[in-house]
Design a binder for this molecule. Structure first.
Ligand SMILES: [Zn+2]
Length: 186
């Protein structure tokens, strides 16, 4: 995550933090929509702080939509606003609350990790059958109920090779662990 340097209190975005900015933007897009993603991207590219009066224009979104999003993200404490005199005008500067943003990222990663752990546990503890034609997967109970025949295409079900999927899940969990550790939350 971009860290505020102690001396200048300016957000510094280096190569390493670009990675997190990308994860963050993707997450913001998923949670709050494309307008929110554009607004946050613009604020980050403006060194973490940009005036409300020009955000719409500069981020390429409608001003009223930008204002709505700013309010929403401010309610979530991801952004905060402060008036600052620029020339003879007072502009409303929106700033990213990195601590809050980092907390949100960590929460999301932990939730995803929990889901993957559940999937992994299920795969490890259950016998699963699958159709070699359509790839649909069935629990042992369901396979017995179906007389080991896929109801979609009538193909004989075979026991699923769980090694591949459990390897994939473990790899994903390790990736998340590495991200959490980089965020100092392992
Ligand atoms: Zn099938």
């Amino acid at each position: 995550m971009p860290r505020k340097t102690v001396k200048t209190s300016r957000v510094v975005i280096d190569e390493n933090t670009k990675y997190y900015v990308n994860i963050l933007l993707e997450l913001i897009g998923k949670m709050y929509g494309e307008t929110a993603r554009k607004v946050i991207k613009h604020i980050i590219e403006s060194n973490g702080s940009a005036p409300e009066e020009t955000i719409g224009r500069d981020a390429g979104v409608k001003s009223n939509e930008a204002r709505k999003i700013l309010q929403k993200l401010s309610n979530e404490a991801l952004l905060s606003c402060r008036g600052r005199r620029v020339g003879d005008k007072v502009l409303h500067f929106w700033t990213i609350n990195w601590d809050q943003v980092e907390g949100m990222l960590i929460n999301r990663l932990k939730k995803t990790r929990e889901k993957l752990e559940l999937l992994l546990k299920y795969e490890e503890e259950n016998i699963i059958y699958e159709c070699p034609v359509c790839g649909r997967r069935y629990s042992l109970d369901k396979a017995i109920e179906l007389d080991f025949t896929c109801p979609i295409d009538g193909e004989i079900l075979i026991e699923s090779n769980r090694e591949e999927i459990t390897r994939f899940l473990r790899k994903k969990i390790e990736e998340i662990d590495r991200e959490l550790s980089k965020l100092g939350a392992d």
